[in-house]
Design a protein around this ligand. Sequence first.
Ligand code: COA
Ligand code: MG
Length: 346
Amino acid sequence: MAGLHHQLTMLWQTGAKRCSFSFFTRFLWSSCSRNNQVTEKRGIFGKKYIPRRAVLYVPGDDERKLKKVPTLNVDCAVLDCEDGVALSKKEEARKTIRHMLDQVEFGRTECVVRMNSVDSGLASDDMKEVFKAGRLPPTIMFPKVESVDHVEWISEELFKHLRTRTLVDKINLIIYIESAKSLLDLRTICQRAVDLSEKGLFILDGVVFGSDDFCADIGATRTLQAKEVLLARQNIVLVAKSLKIQAVDLVYIDYKDLKGLKEQSLEGAQMGFTGKQVIHPSQIPIVQEAFAPSTDKIEWAKELIKEFKEHQMSGMGAFEFRGAMIDKPLLLQAQNIVQLAEVLEL
Ligand code: COA
Ligand code: MG
């Protein structure tokens, strides 16, 4: 009972900061799960948007770092079972994460858990332990998703481990693309996840680009300019946006170079990514600022929308605004900016 209370509190807190976001709005999921454990709780406005501008990795076995999360003002913290944790510490990480989920008040930060990959043979044990927490994570991440089979396995495992739980909401699933094969099959993999989520316990909410594993897979050398992964990044944005889900950009591993981080963050935001992975607290404010519209941009967008309406009334589809030609596509971009600002309460 206490566990359910915690879970409801956490989901309520998460829900309170969510709001409708039109360019990510998805169709409502209406059906209950096959064993009726999931209760429909979505409102008439459709899928709620959870901002994940900075996505911070915190090694699951590092209690000191985990306890720091509520002080960091980060949108999303990833309690990691995978690569941030040594093989000899996997069991310790699972148990620590489980206890942290119940004991730590994470405030405005969404706490997600990254499991080990399906092929590692560790993921079932990760889920078994993490899902013992009274307060379930609202979102789970799965690295190195390579095929439709992996998505089907995740779906079945979720039923296996959560069958005795009563969920008030589906669990968000975010998958990682980290190889040439998975990039080429990305649309098919994601579509299978979307189809399975209709009757499953999860909903596909995003794709993350695992650039370092990707470079290892294709034999590329990572550079600061990241030209070697440009095609992959663009593909990930395209597929994610075609399904109205989030796209999270690569990590900037040289974490003391904040100037380079800012440039790459702005580039990622301009490309259409919704957020970026970070590994150190000093990266958080830079990334969150880059993925939020500036005050000037919000003012520009609001004014443009106003003028667009006025020109429509007078029968003009295209017009001049602050020295540039404006027509419908610019209106849509301006609406995206205003809606993002509203979600972020700017
Ligand atoms: N999450 C939470 N707190 C963090 C943190 C993180 N990812 N990284 C650093 N901190 C904390 C440190 O604990 C330290 O706090 P303290 O002074 O109270 O102890 C403070 O921020 C400053 O840290 P700093 O001393 O500069 O770094 P570090 O040497 O402790 O750690 C890393 C450097 C890179 C090892 C660390 O940032 C880290 O583990 N990052 C995540 C790496 C990871 O998960 N990689 C896999 C996914 S790509
Ligand atoms: Mg990886």
